[in-house]
Design a protein around this ligand. Structure first.
Ligand code: DSN
Length: 433
C-alpha cells in the first residue's frame, strides 16, 4: 500500500494505518473544493523538503552560532532561506524560524514591548486574529490590547462601507498612546495600505507591526502593496497565499534584527524545524518566479469574479466586494435564519469546503456566526479561473437553497467531483487520479 499525498508515500507501507489516513486526506483534498482562505496546495518540491531527513537535526541557535555540532549543512539551508526571504520581499533581515504565524506575532510583541504595554489592533469580531489580543490568547494576558474596527455598512456607492476606520485608528492611538499598532487581519477583503498606519504610528510615537499572514503571497507576487520598509516588523505565514509549508516568518530592519532573533530563540522556541525551513526556502524561490506574479494576479481576479457571482446568487458581500484572495459573505441577506455554522455544514455535504466566520456587527457567537469566508488561493493553484469561480458560486447557491433536499445536494456533490477531477492539484503525485 502506498500513501498518496506524499512523495515518499510508499515508505509508509510499515504503517498502514497512517498510510490509509494520509490517503484518505489526499482523496478529500482532491475530490472536494478547497475554499478555506488560509489554505493552499504546496508544490511537490515543498512537500519533499518537508518530508526530508532535515527533520532529524537539532540546530538551536542561528547559522554560525549553534548550540549543537554537525550543523554545516543546516547552516547553509537556513542561510539560503533567509537570503531568499530578504530578496523576495526586499527586507534587511529575515527570521525564518517561527513555527507558525502565532509564534511570529508573539516574538514580535516580545521584541518590541514590555509586559503591560498597550497595543492597538483590529477587533477580533471584525477580522483580528486570536494573537491580536483575544481574551482566550496569552497575548491579552501579557499586554493591554485596544481594538479598532471598520466603518458601518454604506448604501451610498461613493462611500465605501465596512472598511478600516482610520479616523478611529487615529483617535484611539491619540487617546490610548499604544506602544505598538498592529495592521493586518484574517477576514478583511480589502487591500490594507500600510502608509496610513505608519503615519498614525509616527504621530503617536508607536512602532508598527504588519501581520501579513494572509496577503504575503499577494505582496510577494506584486498584487498588493508591500509593508516592508514601512512597518517596523512584518510577520507572515508561509502556507496561505504564499503557498509554502505550514509555518511563519518575520521580516525586519537591520536595527531590530537582533531583538527579533532573540525573541524567537531563546525567547519563545527551542530547536528550529529545519525541514520546514528548507521547504520555506523552496517556496520563497517559487514565489520569486514570473509565474508566481501571474498566480497572484489570478487569485485576485478569481476572487473578484467569485464575489460578483456570489452576489448574483443573492448573497451580500461584506464591504461590497474584494481586493484580495477572499470574500466574506453575510448570509442574513440570503436567509435571516441561515447561520454560518449551518451553511458550512451543508456545503461540506456538497463537497465545498469553507469556514463560517463572524461578520462586522455579527449578532451571533463566533461558534455560530452569520457569515462565510471563502478564498480562491488553493483552487487557483489547481488551475481554476474565473469561469470555474462563477460555476462554484452557482453550486454554493444551489446548495444553500436546496439544503433540505438530499437529491439536490447529491447532484451538486457529483458536479463538484467532476470539477475537481478536471483540475487535479497534484497531477504527477503518487496516488493522484
Ligand atoms: N489565521 C487563521 C485563518 O485565517 O484561518 C488561522 O489562525
Amino acid at each position: 500500500m502506498s500513501a498518496p499525498g506524499s512523495p515518499f508515500g510508499s515508505w509508509l507501507e510499515t504503517d498502514p494505518e497512517v498510510a490509509r489516513l494520509i490517503g484518505e486526506e489526499f482523496g478529500r483534498q482532491t475530490t472536494t473544493l478547497q475554499l478555506i482562505a488560509s489554505e493552499n496546495f504546496t508544490s511537490p518540491a515543498v512537500l519533499a523538503a518537508t518530508g526530508s531527513v532535515l527533520t532529524n537535526k537539532y540546530s538551536e541557535g542561528y547559522p554560525g552560532a549553534r548550540y549543537y555540532g554537525g550543523n554545516r549543512v543546516i547552516d547553509e539551508v537556513e542561510d539560503l532561506a533567509r537570503e531568499r526571504a530578504t530578496s523576495l520581499f526586499g527586507a534587511e533581515h529575515a527570521n525564518v524560524q517561527p513555527h507558525s504565524g502565532a509564534s511570529a506575532n508573539l516574538a514580535a510583541y516580545q521584541a518590541l514591548l514590555e509586559p503591560g504595554d498597550t497595543v492597538l489592533a483590529m477587533r477580533l469580531d471584525q477580522g483580528g486574529h486570536l494573537t491580536h489580543g483575544s481574551p482566550a490568547s496569552i497575548t491579552s494576558k501579557i499586554w493591554r490590547f485596544v481594538a479598532y474596527g471598520v466603518t458601518p455598512p454604506s448604501d451610498d456607492p461613493d462611500v465605501p462601507g465596512e472598511v478600516i476606520d482610520f479616523d478611529q485608528v487615529r483617535d484611539l492611538a491619540k487617546s490610548e498612546q499604544p506602544k505598538l499598532i498592529v495592521a493586518g487581519s484574517t477576514a478583511y477583503t480589502r487591500t490594507i495600505d500600510p502608509e496610513p498606519f505608519r503615519q498614525i504610528a509616527d504621530e503617536v510615537g508607536a512602532r508598527l507591526m504588519f501581520d501579513a499572514a494572509h496577503p504575503a503571497g499577494l505582496i510577494a507576487g506584486g498584487a498588493h502593496p508591500s509593508p516592508v520598509g514601512i512597518a517596523d516588523v512584518v510577520t507572515f505565514t508561509t502556507h496561505k497565499t504564499l503557498r509554502g509549508p505550514r509555518a511563519g516568518a518575520i521580516l525586519t530592519s537591520a536595527e531590530l534584527a537582533k531583538k527579533i532573533d532573540s525573541a524567537i530563540f531563546p525567547g519563545l522556541q527551542g530547536g528550529p524545524l529545519e525541514h520546514v525551513i528548507a521547504a520555506k526556502a523552496v517556496a520563497f524561490a517559487e514565489a520569486a518566479r514570473p509565474e508566481f506574479r501571474r498566480y497572484a494576479a489570478s487569485v485576485v481576479a478569481n476572487a473578484k469574479a467569485f464575489a460578483a457571482a456570489l452576489a448574483a446568487e443573492g448573497l451580500r458581500l461584506v464591504s461590497g466586494g474584494t481586493d484580495n484572495h477572499m470574500v466574506l459573505v453575510d448570509l442574513r441577506s440570503f436567509d435571516p435564519d441561515l447561520t454560518g455554522k449551518a451553511a458550512q455544514e451543508v456545503l461540506d455535504r456538497s463537497g465545498i469546503t469553507c469556514n463560517r466566520n463572524t461578520i462586522p456587527g455579527d449578532p451571533r457567537s463566533p461558534f455560530v456566526t452569520s457569515g462565510l469566508r471563502l478564498g480562491t488561493a488553493a483552487e487557483t493553484t489547481a488551475g481554476m479561473g474565473e469561469a470555474e469561480m462563477a460555476r462554484i458560486a452557482e453550486l454554493i447557491g444551489r446548495t444553500l437553497r436546496g439544503r433540505d433536499d438530499p437529491e439536490a445536494l447529491g447532484a451538486v456533490r457529483a458536479e463538484v467531483a467532476e470539477l475537481c477531477a478536471a483540475f487535479p492539484p497534484y497531477p504527477g503525485l503518487v496516488g493522484s487520479t
